[in-house]
Design a protein around this ligand. Sequence first.
Ligand SMILES: NC(=O)c1ccc[n+]([C@@H]2O[C@H](COP(=O)([O-])OP(=O)(O)OC[C@H]3O[C@@H](n4cnc5c(N)ncnc54)[C@H](O)[C@@H]3O)[C@@H](O)[C@H]2O)c1
Length: 388
Amino acid sequence: MKTIGIVVNGVTGRMGYRQHLVRSLLAIREQGGVELRDGTRLWPEPILVGRSERRLRAVAERHGLERWTDDLDAALADPEAEIYFDAQVTSARGPALRAAIAAGKHVYVEKPVAQTLADTLELARLARAAGVRNGVVQDKLFLPGLRKLRRLVEGGFFGRILSLRGEFGYWVFEGDWQEANRPSWNYRAEDGGGIALDMLCHWRYVLDGVIAPVRSVTATLATHIRERVDEAGERYAATADDAAYAIFELEGGIVAQINSSWATRVFRDELVEFQVDGTHGSAVAGLRRCRVQPRAATPRAVWNPDLETPEDFRGQWLEVPDNEDFDNGFKVQWEHFLRHVADGDPFPWDLLEGAKGVQLAELGLRSAAEGRRIEVPALELEREGAPA
Ligand SMILES: NC(=O)c1ccc[n+]([C@@H]2O[C@H](COP(=O)([O-])OP(=O)(O)OC[C@H]3O[C@@H](n4cnc5c(N)ncnc54)[C@H](O)[C@@H]3O)[C@@H](O)[C@H]2O)c1
């Protein structure tokens, strides 16, 4: 058994606590660590970091952890800490990440890496220059629904892929008569909020990784709910977009449209669903499920508004079986990152890949501001060669 110290910053947050600490690092400990190439098991030892000692102690005691501090520099100075992980609010990430890279730690961070492409590329360059291994969370790639969708693409199910339509979102309460179901910083642009910055990062790697590379974006953004109530019960002005309606052109002429909204009510089977239409078949994939309709089973729809529709359209789709065990997506990616650090296994989801997500968000924001379609150029760092 080999222990690896991991500084976990932002562990009191929604993502830091539930997905990264409990569902990933502690779940990895429960299964006895991660097996390395030579058969040794790697045991993650979280060192909790945050702003409130009291809250950190509470988390540590709840899970029998022994190490926590509100002093990031002290945590980074610890030679046993080999990895720095960051799930803080986006606006706090840059300075902490710089300090971690300067301390020679391998770094793994939530998305978006930073609020601007320039800042994200600068961090990717710093990590490369320091020779530290680096990664960005791209959890949706490991979801069962999207893994099955990727299986269909790789198996040639679709013939020629024509288009994708994605619907993401749910109602986020304003915070007045019912508590908001997301943190208030999400609705303030000055604090790194906004659904475009949040979700276009995800859509970049989902489209690039599952369907085809993104070549252009046209977006319309809205701030539908203009005033909300924060965690302290104070009213505040929503300065960030809460809905992003985007069209992406992908390589091969594929047209992808994805609506992302925190101001919509769900009439879907899952909180996100993608329909992919191809010449030989179509699929609808969500977080967990994926259903298909092949060419040969396509009904002949006839437009007649005078009659009740005779078809049970939803009932005509086939469930794609799992055919494998799907673990929590955040945990699967953590295991990849730990093997990348310990064994040098490939890890394609590095800071530069993460920068592509921030780039798409930034171009989406610009497209909306200028009212035009914008092409997505290759990132500069790519021409200089991949980061370490
Ligand atoms: N991969 C995903 O699916 C996914 C989903 C949601 C959020 N995220 C990302 O994870 C990060 C955290 O999001 P969250 O929803 O967990 O947020 P959250 O508000 O629940 O948690 C934020 C964490 O940052 C800490 N923090 C540090 N400086 C802060 C400051 N100045 N103000 C407020 N909090 C501060 C908080 O103490 C807390 O631990 C964000 O970058 C977000 O974009 C990713």
